[in-house]
Design a protein around this ligand. Structure first.
Ligand code: KIV
Ligand code: ZN
Length: 514
């Protein structure tokens, strides 16, 4: 049976970034975009160009870099947004403008304060304007799952006539129920007279844990684009997870009438990178990309798998990129080997200085840790952007004394603008002492929102990767630090967050004026 193509539209860099605390710098977004391209996603929603200068620059940089995937920017159905999106996308090989307006009675009445006729008029105007800039225009009916069927058919027919090639029916609030949502999509496709001129898409939120089920049900009823994110990142409870959609379609090809173009062997690498950049750990029992996803604990299962793998496994771990994390480098590896591994991982530095810093860190790490894996390199590279400009603070050295029954003490030497500063503090625990000492120097007036530690690889010599989330005046940033010594990693992560807080481009999109 010949299969339809299912378009995979990744919105990790836009909706994914709307997870509180998941904001990313331009460089981080570029790294993720390159991995998404390697994964062969069809469309990368790179951001919401109008939402902040930082987001505009990120969309622009991604548009100018990515060659194989379509690059898309979100925009409300208003002139300024669409023009800004078009401007950011100018350098793209293949560009899409994604414009949206809400269509549910509750959104039209209370949020937009517009009549249904006005909403149709604005939607049509937006699509026509967007078509002046690009051939590929997507229109979304925000809160479609709570919108009226006849009204949706009316607006969809109008936007397709106006030039929209993709029509997206989001379950914005995660209210959809799989059977009902799928059937409603099928009915819309059946009732819209010009439905054959557009691809129907879904974008489901996970408030009831049904985002993947809703998306797949829609696919069974005719949707041919799914919007999703790596690790299911996204606003509130997140979006449908890319890896689950792709592997469901592939594993149950007997059921789904579609196939994707995704290179599934890149899935684990993409998941790790997104987790390491955002500081959102992947739960061990997460399907496909969780550490336990292919681990068999029970004796009966282990016995079965050893005898014949398919007794308990429906997918091959290596097909999604597990076990691909081979021993890559060691103490004796030189610059060329390091550079070539970076290239294979899709990591590129803007300058020689950044590469040199990364190589220096690699050498230090190789002295402490015999075996260096891809994950170690990714963690180490995440730190490289720290300490670039004069006013950023870097860690020179650290001493922590911790004794039972005594308050731990931390003493640090920090460097800013080529000057060393010595600071010390007591704390309730060693990490608390470190953060207090740094604050004595920085006096950032920020609030610590999250502190988390993850082992980058297995074993006791593994690097600890620490995430520190700080908030100041509504701006949220995540700092990362990795080291075989978790206390050093903690200090680095805190300093990374402080340095990012100083960077005005790193504005959370929800606070960027939209
Ligand atoms: O959830 C939603 O409705 C969205 C749209 C802007 C597509 O993110
Ligand atoms: Zn969304």
């Amino acid at each position: 049976m010949s299969k339809d193509r299912l378009i995979i539209f990744d919105t990790t860099l836009r909706d994914g970034e709307q997870s509180p605390g998941a904001s990313m710098t331009k460089e981080e977004k570029l790294r993720i975009a390159k991995v998404l391209e390697k994964l062969r996603v069809d469309v990368i929603e790179a951001g919401f160009a109008v939402s902040s200068p930082g987001d505009f620059e990120s969309v622009k940089a991604i548009a100018e870099t990515i060659k194989d995937s379509t690059v898309c920017s979100l925009s409300r159905a208003v002139h300024g947004d669409i023009e800004r999106a078009a401007e950011a996308l100018k350098g793209a090989n293949s560009a899409r403008i994604h414009t949206f307006i809400a269509t549910s009675p509750i959104h039209m009445e209370y949020k937009l304060q517009m009549s249904p006729d006005e909403v149709v008029e604005q939607a049509v105007g937006a699509v026509k304007l967007a078509r002046n800039f690009v051939d590929d225009v997507e229109f979304s009916l925000e809160d479609a799952s709570r919108s009226d069927h006849d009204f949706m058919c009316r607006i969809i027919e109008a936007v397709i006539d106006a030039g929209a090639g993709t029509v997206n029916l989001p379950d914005t609030v995660g209210y959809g129920e799989p059977y009902q949502y799928g059937v409603s999509i099928g009915k819309i496709i059946e009732n819209v007279v010009n439905a054959d001129k557009a691809v129907f898409s879904v974008h489901c939120h996970n408030d009831l844990g049904l985002a993947v089920a809703n998306s797949l049900s829609a696919v069974m009823h005719g949707a041919r684009q799914v919007e999703c994110t790596i690790n299911g990142l996204g606003e509130r409870a997140g979006n449908a997870s890319l890896e689950e959609i792709v592997m469901a379609v592939r594993t149950r090809h007997d059921v789904y009438p579609v196939e994707t173009d995704i290179d599934t062997t890149q899935i684990v690498a993409a998941s790790r990178l997104v987790s390491s950049i955002t500081g959102f750990p992947v739960q061990p029992n997460k399907a496909i990309v969780g550490a336990n996803a292919f681990a068999h604990e029970s004796g009966i299962h282990q016995d079965g798998v050893l005898k014949f793998r398919e007794t308990y496994e429906i997918m091959k771990a290596e097909d999604v990129g597990w076990n691909a994390n081979k021993l890559v480098l060691g103490k004796l590896s030189g610059r060329a080997a390091f550079a070539s591994r970076l290239e294979e991982l899709g990591i590129k530095f803007e300058s020689q200085l950044e590469f040199d810093q990364a190589f220096e860190r690699f050498k230090v790490l190789a002295d402490k840790k015999r075996e260096i894996y891809d994950e170690d390199i990714q963690a180490l590279v995440s730190e490289v952007q720290v300490g670039q400009s004069e006013d950023e603070v870097v860690l020179v050295d650290i001493e922590v004394v911790s004794k039972t029954g005594r308050h731990p003490r931390a003493a640090l030497t920090l460097r800013r603008a080529n000057q060393n500063h010595w600071v010390e503090s007591e704390g309730d625990g060693p990490v608390d002492a470190i953060f207090k000492a740094i604050e004595k120097f920085a006096d950032s007036q920020s609030e610590l929102k999250l502190y988390s530690v993850n082992a980058v690889t297995e074993g006791t010599e593994a690097q600890g990767e620490v995430t520190v989330r700080l908030e100041k005046l509504g701006r949220i940033v995540n700092g990362q630090g990795a080291d075989t010594d978790v206390l050093v990693a903690s200090a680095k992560a805190y300093l990374n967050a402080l340095n990012l807080l100083q960077n005005p481009d790193r504005m959370h999109p929800q606070l960027g004026g939209v």
